[in-house]
Design a protein around this ligand. Structure first.
Ligand code: NAP
Length: 246
């Protein structure tokens, strides 16, 4: 088991990539804090994971709310006094052409996709710094590295995550805290199915491997980045996109 004895927090783990990552981390022996903003949703997931014999715990907070993040980390510190792995996965997609996008859409997207990464990393870095060990994994996007029509806001929010990743990797390296990002291409979750049919086909046609990605494709990369297998890897943006050309 690659993550035995490690404590992990995964944001936005109520469904999609986050949920699959939570399950994979459990299978690898980690104690997993499952985050989401609905207590009902998270309680059910935690009970299901516990029923399978895993050490899963719920941590309900809105990643975009700095006060809620602070309170959640207080609770986590009280319970475990330690954190080894943080996966900043929570995110939203709210596409619009630049002429149509509202100020509210811009603010909400950056609050959830970008500011949250700074809020959580701040507390995680303090905790990990005590042990001189840790791995922070940020879920960016191929849209953040390559851009796309109608995605200036989402792409900007995800490109910023890359800047945060590289900066924190440099800042935290001497504390032996590694910071990397995963840039998924097109992955089979509610988010992928939320885009219009013609755009969905366009995306599928752009994938060299001719299949949509599975949440497990991202979760397995996160396992690698969380584990000691990647002990000399930091500041990297790992594309997991089946050779998507965008
Ligand atoms: P998803 O199925 O829509 O899941 C998103 C998760 O984030 C949900 O659990 C959602 O919770 C949670 N979330 C959203 N806002 C939150 C908030 N304020 N506080 C806490 N949790 C919040 O999407 P996904 O495809 O799994 O996406 C996961 C990550 O991968 C995102 O960062 C996304 O941008 C990135 N990504 C996805 C793709 C793709 O093709 N699917 C490609 C590139 C990058 P609720 O259930 O409460 O809404």
């Amino acid at each position: 088991m690659l993550l035995k004895g490690k404590v992990a927090l995964i944001t936005g783990a109520g469904r999609g990539i986050g949920l699959t990552t939570a399950k994979r981390f459990c299978e690898e022996g980690a104690t997993v804090y499952v985050n989401g903003r609905s207590a009902e949703q998270i309680n059910k997931i935690v009970l299901d994971l516990q029923a399978e014999g895993f050490d899963a715990r719920g941590l309900v907070f809105d990643v975009a709310n700095a006060d809620e993040v602070k309170d959640a980390f207080r609770l986590l510190i009280k319970q475990t006094k330690t954190l080894d792995i943080l996966v900043n996965n929570a995110g939203i997609l709210d596409d619009a052409l630049i002429g149509m996008v509202t100020v509210e859409q811009i603010k909400r997207t950056f609050e959830i996709n970008t500011f949250s990464t700074l809020y959580t990393s701040q507390y995680a870095a303090r905790l990990m710094g005590r042990n001189k060990s840790g791995s922070i994994i940020n879920i960016s996007s191929i849209i953040g590295t390559n851009g796309n029509t109608g995605q200036a806001v989402y792409g900007g929010s995800k490109a910023a995550v890359i800047g945060i990743t590289k900066s924190l990797a440099k800042e935290l390296a001497l504390s032996n805290i590694r910071v990397n990002a995963v840039a998924p291409g097109f992955i089979k979750t509610d988010m992928a199915f939320s885009i219009p049919e013609d755009k969905f086909k366009e995306r599928m046609d752009s994938i060299a491997m001719a299949r949509i990605g599975e949440p497990a494709d991202i979760a397995n990369t996160a396992v690698y980045l969380a584990s000691d297998l990647s002990s000399y890897v930091t500041g990297q943006i790992i594309g997991v996109d089946g050779g998507m050309l965008i």
